[in-house]
Design a binder for this molecule. Structure first.
Ligand code: CP3
Length: 358
C-alpha cells in the first residue's frame, strides 16, 4: 500500500519535502489520559506491551490527537534481554528491573541471541497489526536499544546513577563485556530485521547510555557494536528503502564518527546545534531532533519561539526530522504537543522553498 504521507521517510533519505516532518520520542505514553486508561485495562505496562491489540491501540492514540508524521511501535527496548531469559519486571515507581542480572562468566558464556520469530513474536504481531490499522496514513518506525545500552540494564539489573557495575566489568574484565556485546549485536540485528519483515518502514537504534562512556570506550564498547548492527540491517524490503536512525544521547562530541557507520540519520539531543552538526557531518546524513523536552512546560508563545529556533538552526533544505532531544516527560500537558506540531507544520515550509512537488 502506498503511503499517504511519506515526508518522514523522504526527510530521512534527504529527499525534498514540502515541510519538516515531526514525531516525538515516547509519543505514546503516560502524558496522554487515553494511554493511562488502556494501561489500566491491561493491568501493567508489560501486559500492555505484550498484547498486540492493545499495543496497536496505544500506538495510534497520539496520531488520533495530533497530525504527527510517523508512528512508533509501542514496545520497549528491554523486551530483548527479557527474551534472553533475564526476567524483566517493573517495580512500582522504580522503573525496569531484571530478576537475573548478568554478572558471572558462566551466565555470560550461556547468553544467546533469541529467535525473534519465537520469543518476540508478540512484537512482530504488533508491527503487522499496527501497519494494518495505520492503512498507509504515516510510516511505522521499529526500534531497538543499542547493544551497549541493553548491556547497561542487563549488567546493572536496572537503571543506574553511576553505571558502576558495568564500568567495573569494562575496566577489569573487558572480554566478558565484549562477549555480551557480541551476542547483543546479533540479537538486535535479528530483531530489527524481523521488525522490517513484519512491516516496520524505518528503524531507530536508541543508544541512551553511550554518552556515559569515556572518549576511548565509546568507540570500542558502543559505536563498534552499533556499527555491526547497522551493517547487518536490511536496507530494502519489498523494493522499498528502509532508512535507519542512530540516536546516542550525549553523543554530540562523536557526531562525525556516528555519521560514518552507514546509518541514514543521526538523532541529536538538545546540547548540540543542528547547524554545527550539519556542517560537521557534511550533509552526509539526515538529522533528527532536538528540542529540549522541558520547553513543553512553557507557554504557547515560548514553545513556538523554540520551534522556530530549532528550524532556523537546521536552516534551508531537506534532511531534518523534527523531534525532541529525548523522550517526552510524563508530566507534559498534551496541549503543548498540539502547539509544537502545529508550529512545526506552519513554520517549516519556509525552509523548503525549493520543493517542487512530486
Ligand atoms: O516512543 C514511543 O512512544 C514508543 C515506546 C517506547 C517505550 N520505551 C515505552 C515505555 C520506546 C521507544 C521506549 C524505549 C526505551 N525504553 C528506552 C530508550 C529511549 C530513551 O528514553 O532513552 C529506554 C532507556 C527504555 C527503558 C525503560 N522503559 C525505562 C527506563 C522505563 C521506565 C521509565 C519511565 O518512563 O517510567 C521504561 C518503561 C516505559 N517504556 C514506559 C513507556 C511508555 C512507561 C511505563 C508505564 O506506562 O508505566
Amino acid at each position: 500500500m502506498k503511503l499517504q504521507n511519506d515526508t518522514f521517510i523522504r526527510a530521512l533519505l534527504r529527499e525534498p519535502t514540502p515541510y519538516t516532518p515531526v514525531w516525538l520520542m515516547r509519543q505514546a505514553g503516560r502524558y496522554l489520559s487515553e494511554y493511562r486508561e488502556t494501561r489500566g485495562k491491561a493491568g501493567s505496562f508489560l501486559a500492555l506491551a505484550k498484547s498486540p491489540a492493545l499495543a496497536t491501540e496505544v500506538t495510534l492514540q497520539p496520531l488520533d490527537r495530533f497530525p504527527l508524521d510517523a508512528a512508533i511501535l509501542f514496545s520497549d527496548i528491554l523486551t530483548v534481554p527479557d527474551a534472553m531469559g533475564l526476567g524483566l519486571y517493573f517495580a512500582d515507581g522504580e522503573g525496569p528491573r531484571f530478576e537475573r542480572p548478568l554478572r558471572d562468566a558462566q551466565a555470560i558464556a550461556k547468553l544467546a541471541a533469541p529467535d525473534p520469530t519465537r520469543e518476540l513474536k508478540y512484537v512482530l504481531d504488533a508491527v503487522s497489526e499496527i501497519r494494518r490499522a495505520l492503512g498507509g496514513r504515516v510510516p511505522l518506525i521499529g526500534f531497538s536499544g543499542s547493544p551497549y545500552t541493553l548491556a547497561c540494564y542487563m549488567v546493572e539489573g536496572g537503571g543506574s546513577d553511576d553505571f558502576r557495575t558495568i564500568k567495573t566489568m569494562l575496566y577489569s574484565e573487558p572480554a566478558l563485556l565484549h562477549r555480551i556485546l557480541e551476542v547483543n549485536a546479533q540479537a538486535v540485528a535479528d530483531y530489527l530485521n524481523a521488525q522490517i519483515e513484519a512491516g516496520a518502514q524505518a528503524v531507530m537504534i536508541f543508544d541512551t547510555w553511550g554518552g556515559n562512556l569515556s572518549h576511548a570506550a565509546f568507540r570500542e564498547f558502543s559505536l563498534a557494536y552499533t556499527a555491526r548492527v547497522v551493517a547487518t540491517l536490511k536496507r530494502e524490503h519489498d523494493g522499498v528503502r528502509i532508512p535507519s536512525i542512530v540516536f546516542t544521547k550525549g553523543g554530540g562530541l562523536w557526531l562525525e564518527d556516528i555519521a560514518t557507520i552507514g546509518c541514514d540519520a543521526v538523532g541529536l539531543d538538545w546540547t548540540t546545534s543542528l547547524a554545527e552538526a550539519r556542517r560537521r557531518t557534511d550533509d552526509r546524513v539526515a538529522l533528527q531532533g532536538n528540542l529540549d523536552p522541558m520547553a513543553l512546560f512553557s507557554q504557547p508563545a515560548a514553545i513556538k519561539h523554540e520551534v522556530a529556533r530549532v528550524l532556523a538552526d537546521f536552516g534551508q533544505g531537506s534532511g531534518h526530522v523534527f523531534n525532541l532531544g529525548h523522550g517526552i516527560s510524563q508530566f507534559t500537558p498534551p496541549d503543548s504537543v498540539a502547539c509544537l506540531v502545529e508550529a512545526v507544520h506552519a513554520l517549516s515550509p519556509a525552509y523548503h522553498r525549493d520543493f517542487k512537488g512530486n
